[in-house]
Design a protein around this ligand. Structure first.
Ligand SMILES: Cc1ncc(C[n+]2csc(CCOP(=O)(O)OP(=O)(O)O)c2C)c(N)n1
Ligand SMILES: [Mg+2]
Length: 271
């Protein structure tokens, strides 16, 4: 797909994120906006997933380990035609399939219920191991936050993935140096993430998580890599695309009011 087309999808997803969080008056815009380019690339280029195979096991799998970025996932589901875009404003409302954190019980296509940081990657390891046992060529992708990497479980899971030589697993870290209440390097430094994942047995690739050429190339390298899992460390800007939300810790878990929503949509529409 042309980068211009990917940019258009990502921009639409960013508008969806604003609409969802504004409608709910809760949720996590920052980490959703920052992950929009990675998620767009996964669903529109990299993964074998479409409307037809969505309800089957005969496809690739995605685990949003940083489950609070659900607005981005629902945005890409709307862009892919997996859900009716009219559902987006029901985000976080009682009875909506668009739960604050993704629920596989509520929405077809969600591969794992997530939200408790650290746990998603473990389930992705299990899925990748199952694919190996089934001789399936399908791949498993897990998106983690950098703050999430403070969880010990992330490293237990990575150690297991390397032990079982899960080259069908692609770990992606949304490396924005922000977490819920500050900079990751101040709260509990996880750097250098690339060297840590390498030490835990991964093939590691550092990229700019907003550059579609680099994202595409990293996924291609991950496919070629044999005998070990791949970890893509993607440098991102939390809140990317809405200037007043970019790189601001305050926009981690706060919804825009109506004035802010209008300003954000205006800026995104101008792109
Ligand atoms: C086990 C667990 N502890 C705490 C939280 C609350 N929480 C939600 S998001 C977040 C910060 C996550 O930061 P990061 O992983 O860097 O995500 P991003 O910056 O991409 O939003 C925290 C502490 C949680 N969801 N799960
Ligand atoms: Mg972060």
């Amino acid at each position: 797909m042309q980068n211009a087309q990917l940019e258009k999808h990502a921009n639409n997803i960013r508008k969806d994120i604003i609409i969802e969080t504004h409608s709910a008056q809760s949720g996590h815009p920052g980490g959703s906006l920052g992950a929009a380019d990675l998620i767009t690339s996964l669903y529109f280029e990299e993964m074998d997933i479409n409307k037809e195979n969505l309800g089957t096991t005969d496809r690739d799998r995605f685990v949003l380990s940083k489950g609070h970025a659900s607005p981005a996932l629902y945005g890409v589901f709307a862009e892919k035609g997996f859900i009716d875009p009219e559902l987006l404003p029901t985000f976080r409302h009682l009875g909506s399939p668009l739960q604050g954190h993704p629920s596989m019980k509520c929405l077809k296509g969600i591969d794992m219920s997530t939200g408790s940081l650290g746990q998603g990657i473990s389930t992705a390891v299990g899925m990748a191991l199952a694919n190996k046992l089934d001789n399936s060529s399908h791949r498993v992708y897990a998106l983690l936050g950098d703050g999430e990497c403070q969880e010990g479980e992330v490293w237990e899971a990575t150690m297991s993935a390397a032990h079982y030589k899960l080259d069908n697993l692609c770990i992606i870290v949304d490396n924005n140096d922000l977490q819920i209440d500050g900079h990751v390097h101040d709260v509990m430094n996880v750097a250098p993430l690339d060297e840590k994942f390498k030490a835990f047995g991964c093939y590691v690739i550092n990229i700019d998580g907003h550059d579609f050429d680099q994202i595409r190339d990293a996924f291609a390298q991950a496919r070629k890599n044999k005998g070990k899992p791949t970890a893509i460390i993607a440098k991102t800007i939390k809140g990317k695309g809405v200037s007043f939300m970019e790189d601001q810790v305050n926009w981690h878990g706060v919804a825009p009011n109506t004035e802010q929503k209008d300003a954000a949509l205006k800026e995104l529409e101008a792109k």
